[in-house]
Design a binder for this molecule. Sequence first.
Ligand SMILES: NC(=O)c1ccc[n+]([C@@H]2O[C@H](COP(=O)([O-])OP(=O)(O)OC[C@H]3O[C@@H](n4cnc5c(N)ncnc54)[C@H](OP(=O)(O)O)[C@@H]3O)[C@@H](O)[C@H]2O)c1
Length: 304
Amino acid sequence: MSPENRLPKIAVILGGKNGMLGRALTTAFAAAGVRAVPASHADVDYLDADALDDFLEAQQPGDDEDTADLCLVNTVAYTQVDQAEDQPEEAYKLNAALPAQLGVVAAERGHKLVHFSTDFVFDGAKGAPYVPTDATNPLSVYGASKLAGEEALLSLDVPGLLILRTAWLFGPGRMNFPARMIELAGTRAELNVVDDQHGSPTSTTDLAALTVALAENGASGLLHATNAGEATWHELAAETIRLAELPCRVNPIPTSGFPTKAKRPPCSVLDIARTVQLAGYTPRPWREALAEYVAGLRNESGGR
Ligand SMILES: NC(=O)c1ccc[n+]([C@@H]2O[C@H](COP(=O)([O-])OP(=O)(O)OC[C@H]3O[C@@H](n4cnc5c(N)ncnc54)[C@H](OP(=O)(O)O)[C@@H]3O)[C@@H](O)[C@H]2O)c1
């Protein structure tokens, strides 16, 4: 007997029109037969509860359907990690106040809610992959604001709430670390990249498919969601340049050689064992996903 399919009929994806992950989710939900409704701030002021209520009302399932058939998927976030140090109010507004408000709206309206958080809620002191129940201790405003968003949501009674912590995203739609490395390698013979920060590179396409699988299986709670494997920024950059076949040397440097405004954890690799159980499959290694992404970029640029 096949398990019950718990996919919603409608997925309203905040950030789905312009966001990197939001676009991938819009494609993935639609491919799974869900009516995906991507939204941008031009469609609805996310922070205005009444406007959001009206917007959701307009997407409401038909009379014969339940409000639980609609899932609100939030990818909106203040994601500029260094800039957040100077704009904590903006970061907290989008990363903490907004999810809290979405939680209230979802609970009141009876909608499911999927929200995304980050590996930067951890300080990296563990030195091994983090499980979702590990103690948090963010080192940056971005990490602290995302943690505040998680905590606000978890304190509310939102039935079926799913929070997915992810990391080091790359994918079509906007600038990201591998795309930036390719851009820089086009004009430089050498790149110096940090080799003492470890994380979980993740394809937005694969994360979107994983999110759909988790929704299909009715997963809820706080989970970690990334591709398989881990890397340093240097390993990710070197593999990107190798796949792109660019004549650029990628040199490893310590974090001290590349000072940034926001402090980053030395090791924020996420353990996805529980997610693998709930999804029913293991996401492919990040190198495979990266190869597909880089091949797509090369096709777009005419094979250069
Ligand atoms: N990118 C990563 O490497 C990474 C790593 C770990 C976790 N995450 C989490 O994954 C989720 C999706 O990330 P993403 O990289 O796909 O997000 P993104 O593309 O940077 O942004 C998603 C949406 O947030 C809104 N937004 C972003 N910055 C804004 C600002 N300064 N002011 C107002 N609105 C802003 C925009 O909405 P509109 O569409 O309305 O313009 C944008 O489309 C987020 O929760 C993020 O915290 C990301």
